[in-house]
Design a protein around this ligand. Structure first.
Ligand code: C2E
Ligand code: CA
Ligand code: CA
Ligand code: CA
Length: 289
């Protein structure tokens, strides 16, 4: 973002021979900084007064197409801008120290919601690397599970590879604590980062989530994605882990990931993320999505 801005400014500077450069530069920075600090203020407000909602996207068993569970996805209805993507506001929440509060709310809300669902239905919650580095996380999870009176094995925490970039001992200890609590652990966005087989060896994951960038284009002739998905699923199977193919949108993609051995499927082909009440209604009516 900054690189694009600076290139734009260089263009301005060239056009007016550099005379107006300082003027443009400071204006541009000011408005970006102002926009950012307004967003920060609004985020603090949302944390204090409850401006978030969880949506739930079904995770479907590839074999029989029954619902195995849901992934909880955070939504923020911004007072002026409307629905804002978590991809935009979560990094800001991480920067200004709000992610632990938001993440705790998400874990509690997902557990309370799950208590209204049939007992065989799981829920996955995304956990930021900063939450994973918080020694309070196992206690937060334990309390949420106790409050909702649910089986801990119904809660799955989704973690990205970036947790391995920091403190080795702290990371190992956190994995061990969470396993003692009894929750399931999923490795999210597999294949997008510094995917290392070492992580799979040392961390007790129950599931690998294959990023949608592998699924997208896998149906194109000559694509290597299919071969990669096959390798990941057979590796996972031999380690006793499930695999979810993420972002499946078309029948061709569904057929492919099914044939390549993914145990679970998630994506618009089945359903977009839905508000909690809608999920509850559908589950209590025994309807398929
Ligand atoms: P993610 O964990 O990889 O979640 C999957 C994203 O893919 C979601 O975007 C989901 O709506 C979207 N998606 C699902 N199926 C399809 C499909 O078939 N096609 C396409 N194109 N997209 C699909 P969303 O909800 O915008 O979330 C974006 C990211 O924000 C998530 O990526 C996750 O990294 C983060 N996030 C969301 N909720 C939370 C949360 O409660 N805590 C934390 N720390 N991060 C969260
Ligand atoms: Ca996820
Ligand atoms: Ca993902
Ligand atoms: Ca992601």
């Amino acid at each position: 973002d900054m690189i694009v801005r600076n290139a734009d400014l260089a263009l301005y500077a060239a056009k007016d021979g550099g005379r107006g450069r300082h003027h443009f530069y400071s204006n541009d920075l000011l408005s970006a900084a102002e926009e950012r600090s307004k967003l920060e203020e609004d985020l603090r407000d949302a944390v204090a007064h409850g401006g978030f909602e969880l949506y739930y996207q079904p995770v479907v068993n590839a074999q029989d197409e029954t619902i195995a569970g849901f992934e909880a996805l955070l939504r923020w209805n911004h007072p002026q801008r409307g629905w804002m993507s978590p991809a935009k506001f979560i990094p800001i929440a991480e920067d200004i120290g709000l992610i632990n509060a938001i993440g705790e709310w998400a874990i509690r809300t997902a557990c309370d919601n799950m208590a209204r669902w049939p007992e065989n239905i799981r829920c996955a919650v995304n956990v930021s690397p900063l939450q994973f580095a918080n020694p309070q996380l196992p206690a937060i999870v334990t309390n949420a599970i106790a409050h909702a009176r649910i089986d801990p094995a119904r809660l799955e925490l989704e973690i990205t590879e970036s947790v391995f970039l920091s403190d080795d001992e702290g990371t190992d200890a956190m994995f061990a604590s969470l396993k003692r609590v009894g929750v399931r652990l999923a490795l999210d966005d597999f294949g997008t980062g510094y995917s290392s087989l070492g992580y799979l060896k040392k961390a007790p994951f129950d599931k690998i989530k294959i990023d949608q960038s592998f699924v997208r284009g896998a149906t194109e002739p000559g694509s290597r994605n299919g071969a990669l998905i096959t390798s990941i699923t057979s590796l996972a199977k031999s380690l006793g882990m499930d695999t979810t193919a993420e972002g499946v949108e078309t029948m061709d993609e569904l057929e492919l990931v099914h044939n390549l051995g993914c145990s679970h499927v998630q994506g618009y082909i089945y359903s977009k993320p839905l508000p909690g009440d809608e999920v509850f209604d559908q589950l209590s009516n025994g309807l398929q999505l």
